[in-house]
Ligand binder design. Structure first.
Ligand code: NI
Length: 392
């Protein structure tokens, strides 16, 4: 059997694992069913070591090559779904209300399992492959928790690699870039407190709604007036709460405003936070309100090591053909928990084409099973490139 025939057969199996996982999505760290399936498969494939319960529900498989000593590289997939309702009407659609694999982590998990099956059977490399299945990518920083629990030291990981599907990119194509590939995503909730009162006598109240309206507008000046136009910044207000639709003659005592701020450069991230705090405090004072800022730092910038990105591009080109690999893909303002691993070890994340599908986090999204063979092929080629014939 040729490598391509073997990987094609594995991809066919991985398609059914993907659909099983898709039907029973689980959230954040609460992944009993998914983590169990992953651990059972890794045992079944004959991994040298299978560790469970890292960061509550993370799973790690270790496969040592039969060609002797060499470096240790980690390949990472995420396992968690999103708290939203699926609207695909597919036969394998989610069977769980208000939970859905709308970011393709089911596909990422299935592809890494397929890779594990191939690597455990062939072991045709010098060194060690660590398969990292992480919980809580969607806002829970499960990857960071795995690092805090000693993942990198425990398994002696030298390099880290990630892969995420990309709707809009053709199936069989890959894309990445050296340096910043995804943004830092911080979040905020501001509570504006005034003094409630009768809507007909606003002069006796201190209206937080008016202060809030000005605030929503004022913080848009951060990206438009305060930062370099060539340095990407996004400020989005996504949450407004206060008052009551059944008490429209009442000025509320307080309102809440929340949202997210995305940046690429570390200095800009700090400067934007400072500017945000300044505008919030000043605007509140202007309208005789008081502001309380709950600043919630999110994932840092996802930064691809240039040399490792070169290796990722070469591996992708070896399976897809150079013409189907974009090595200078634009940075996006999304954010990614894999950023923490990339802060600690050299590595790179790559986009895998998901074809003409609905976008990530959309209720009509589904991972494209036709991408599985390409994902597994990439992982296999990357292991071969990093752990074989490094000195010719
Ligand atoms: Ni995702």
């Amino acid at each position: 059997m040729t490598l391509h025939e073997e990987l094609t057969a594995i991809a066919e199996e991985a398609r059914s694992w993907r659909r099983q996982i898709h039907q029973y999505p689980e959230l954040l760290f609460d992944l009993p069913r998914t983590a169990k399936l992953v651990a059972e498969k890794l045992e079944e494939f004959g991994c040298d070591e299978v560790a469970t319960g890292i960061a509550k529900s993370g799973v790690v498989g270790v496969i040592r090559g039969r060609r002797g000593e060499g470096p240790t590289i980690a390949l990472r997939a995420d396992m968690d779904a999103l708290p939203m309702s699926e609207q695909t009407n597919l036969p394998h659609a989610s069977k769980v209300a208000n939970m859905m694999h709308a970011c393709g982590h089911d596909g990422h998990t299935a592809m890494l399992l397929g890779t594990a099956k191939h690597l455990a059977a062939s072991r045709d490399f010098a060194g060690t492959v660590v398969l990292v299945f992480q919980p809580a990518e969607e806002g829970g920083a499960g990857g960071r928790m795995m690092i805090e629990e000693g993942l990198l030291e425990r398994f002696g990981i030298d390099e880290v690699f990630g892969m995420h599907n990309e709707p809009g990119l053709a199936v069989g194509s890959f894309a990445t870039r050296p340096g910043a590939i995804m943004a830092a995503g911080d979040r905020f909730v501001v509570t504006l407190r005034g003094r409630g009162g009768h809507a007909a006598a606003p002069h006796l109240a201190r209206d937080p709604v008016l202060a809030g309206a000005h605030l929503v507008t004022a913080i848009q000046s951060i990206a438009s007036r305060h930062t370099d136009p060539f340095d990407p910044v996004v400020v989005s207000v996504t949450y407004l709460a206060g008052g009551s639709a059944t008490a429209l003659n009442v000025i509320p005592a307080a309102i809440e405003i929340g949202g997210t701020i995305r940046t690429i450069a570390t200095e800009t991230r700090k400067a934007v936070e400072a500017r945000f705090r300044d505008i919030v405090t000043t605007t509140a004072r202007l309208f005789e309100a008081e502001a309380e800022i709950d600043w919630r730092p999110g994932y840092p910038v996802t930064f691809n090591d240039p040399a490792m990105t070169g290796a990722a591009i070469a591996a992708a080109a070896s399976v897809a053909g150079a013409e189907r690999v974009d090595g200078d893909y634009p940075c996006t303002m999304g954010s990614e928990d894999f950023s923490y691993m990339l802060q600690k070890r050299p590595g790179a994340i790559i986009w895998l084409g998901n074809g003409d599908s609905a976008g990530l986090h959309h209720p009509a999204y589904d991972f494209n099973d036709d991408a599985i063979i390409h994902g597994i092929g990439y992982w296999a080629a990357l292991v071969d490139a990093r752990l074989n014939d490094r000195d010719g």
